[in-house]
Design a protein around this ligand. Structure first.
Ligand SMILES: [Zn+2]
Length: 189
């Protein structure tokens, strides 16, 4: 799949809940493969950004499947871990604010509050149950993706925050944007 297969706001599907996967099959693994190829094709078109993760709804497949980059710091490592039916079973740590972007929200970044630690339950791509703890950036990314499976986009958490929105300039630096443009956008809401 290509970056053009990634849907972006205002696509209404992005605000709808995805369905649970009943049985993990070859079709699920094909979906995962398609998500990885779309995420990497998007990244290859963007000099300053990394595809940290993707949810199936972002390629217009309303199933609870997410992929998360195995190594966020190394663009050369193109491996992802797939999680099927991911659920955050416990929110822990403290609330921290940090920048987030989304392949489905073109050019808008935001400072989003998230829990610093979480516990996750999911199935792997062979259908085996996995449980693990995550913290820091990984915890943030998983919260962002599990939100996608529930029809929530990161900007929905900060809609009323005047100073939470940014965009990326041509050098790859984040710059604050005019909140009126965000608030009155026909694309974002
Ligand atoms: Zn996203």
């Amino acid at each position: 799949m290509k970056k053009e297969d990634i849907i972006t706001l205002p696509a209404p599907q992005l605000r709808e809940k995805s369905s649970k996967v009943h049985v993990v099959t070859d079709a699920t693994r094909t979906l995962i493969h398609d998500m990885v190829s779309a995420a990497l094709d998007w990244e290859d078109s963007r000099p300053h950004e990394i595809s940290a993760a993707l949810a199936a709804i972002q390629i217009d497949r309303p199933e609870k499947v997410i992929i998360v980059r195995a190594d966020f710091d190394d663009k050369g490592s193109r491996e992802f871990t797939a999680l099927v039916n991911p659920v955050i079973v416990k929110y822990e740590g403290v609330i921290e604010e940090d920048y987030e972007g989304c392949l489905s929200v073109s050019d808008v970044y935001g400072k989003v509050p998230r829990n610093s630690k979480i516990r996750i339950k999911a199935l792997d791509q062979d259908g085996n149950e996995v449980r693990f703890k995550a913290e820091g950036f990984l915890a943030r990314v998983i919260q962002h993706e599990v939100d996608h499976t529930n029809g929530i986009v990161f900007i929905d958490h900060i809609r009323d925050k005047e100073d939470a929105f940014y965009n990326l300039d041509e050098k790859g630096d984040l710059q604050p944007v005019d909140y009126d443009d965000i608030k009155n956008s026909d694309i974002l809401w």
